[in-house]
Design a protein around this ligand. Structure first.
Ligand code: PA5
Length: 453
């Protein structure tokens, strides 16, 4: 039987002229956009492998991932996961959501620790990473769909070098796994030549939609995350948002409709907020998903994120009182994993005993009141509010949530009239960087750019 996945509440977007009828008017359009995804009839249809990906993962695929994860666990205390964009953010988001944030303090771990590289080109970051793992046994998972991305290629050259220096070239192959294209790219060529085990990113799954491929599943399995429960959540959401599911039953279509109405009514920024700090990187993953999918042709909601209540003491002023161009989508978590209460203090020097007098004991109850009070304050300040409620944070619900966002992103992108599955804008910085670095083929552009610096 399906567990409760997520609960979408759009009731606080209404007012200032926005009515439920306006959202309902989009019913047919949203259903049509959803069908286009399933029928592969819209723009970017060569990248729609993610739509039925969760339901198509075989037992053998799980078994292969499990075996590879066990092999790395045997030889390493730390696995360095190398990748950027879609080859980084999904793992980072799920791992952060499901792990104890202070795990790094613990001395006895059941699974290797994952550390990340290739998501920046910072010399100090890489230096510090190597220093941190000096006395640990290391292995690496290098992830790049194209196999040619500069950031992970640089980090991998250093990590490969270090693994070979420590264990010798022969042994290095048992400590490095590549996740990449089946046929193309420098990483594929290198993996074949060096004898690394490889996992394939399917051709028809783009980077930011690849979290349920080995891109996400292999590192997560290494870290001891229950990837079967994660995929079960995604599968149940795949079914709950299927082509034939009506608008009234389809939470992804309803979320897409709400944000489309708000965008068409002049809201330009969607702020994803959560009161649970471990969901911060879900916000980072979500920003890539929606930003790269929708931000093109001079269109698209700007995806921003905030971690609350922390950011109420920084961004809160703007959200409450700045330009009225944004709305909030709150990831609201019902039940924490653990229990902690405010202790009674007879001296009451901090004046907090009123909480206990009012029968408010749990920290979570205070967090909940902060969330509800903020929601009403922001709504009163002209910031419409969408709430996505999760009973708790676990593998099943995170799997469901990420698929929900992927589906809503595909539907919204089609409603916006763009190809949600390409990212032509990402190339501009790469061209300039290659030109400035003197990469063969970019010499003339390099000269021209240098004159402008
Ligand atoms: O969504 C995308 O396609 C991109 O953000 C990529 O994930 C990112 O550029 C990394 O690409 P690659 O996996 O080819 O190294």
């Amino acid at each position: 039987m399906k567990r409760e996945m997520i609960d979408l509440d759009t009731s606080k977007i209404y007012g200032n002229g926005i009515t439920p009828a306006e959202v309902s008017e989009l019913k047919a359009e949203m259903e049509q956009c959803n069908r286009m995804l399933h029928e592969r009839s819209g723009a970017g249809n060569e990248f729609l492998g993610w739509v039925d990906l969760p339901s198509s993962i075989s037992e053998q695929a799980f078994e292969a991932i499990d075996q590879a994860a066990r092999s790395l666990k045997e030889v390493a205390d730390v696995v360095i996961v190398i990748g950027i964009g879609g080859s980084y953010l999904g793992v980072k988001a799920i791992l952060s959501a499901l792990s104890d944030p202070f795990e790094m303090m613990s001395t006895d771990r059941d699974y290797p620790m994952l550390l990340f590289a290739g998501q920046n080109i910072s010399e100090d970051y890489l230096y510090d990473l190597f220093r941190a793992v000096e006395k640990r046994r290391i292995a690496a998972i290098v992830i790049s769909k194209s196999g040619t991305t500069t950031e992970p290629a640089i980090a991998f050259r250093l990590v490969k070098n270090e693994i070979e220096r420590r264990y010798g070239k022969e042994q290095a192959a048992a400590r490095i796994i590549a996740v990449t294209d089946e046929h193309r790219g420098a990483l594929k060529t290198m993996a074949t030549q060096e004898g690394y085990q490889t996992f394939v990113i399917p051709d028809d799954v783009g980077g930011r939609f690849s979290v349920f491929t080995p891109v996400g599943l292999l590192p997560l399995a290494v870290a001891g995350i229950d990837i079967k429960a994660l995929i079960q959540g995604a599968r149940d959401m795949e079914q709950a948002t299927g082509a034939e599911v009506s608008f009234a039953e389809n939470p992804a279509a309803q979320y897409a409709a709400a944000r489309t109405v708000l965008y068409r009514r002049g809201k330009k920024i969607e702020m994803l907020a959560s009161y649970e700090p471990q969901l911060k990187y879900i916000g980072e993953w979500w920003k890539q998903l929606f930003g790269e999918s929708e931000g093109k042709e001079g269109k698209g909601l700007f995806p921003a994120s905030e971690s609350l209540t922390t950011d109420l003491h920084s961004m809160g002023q703007y959200v409450q009182d700045g330009e009225r161009i944004l709305f909030e989508t709150v990831l609201s978590v019902e039940k924490p994993k653990h229990e902690l209460s405010v202790p009674k203090d007879d001296e009451n020097l901090d004046g907090l005993n009123y909480l206990i007098d009012n029968n408010i004991h749990r920290i979570n109850e205070i967090n909940r009141m902060a969330e509800l009070g903020t929601m009403l304050a922001h709504v009163d300040g002209g910031v419409p509010n969408i709430r996505i409620k999760l009973q708790q944070i676990d593998e099943y619900r995170i799997g469901a949530l990420l698929y929900f966002f992927e589906k809503a992103c595909g539907i919204s992108g089609y409603a916006l009239g763009v190809n949600p599955f390409d990212q032509p804008g990402v190339e501009a910085y790469k061209r300039n960087m290659f030109a400035l670095l003197g990469k063969p083929g970019y010499e003339q552009e390099g000269d021209e750019l240098r004159k402008r610096l």
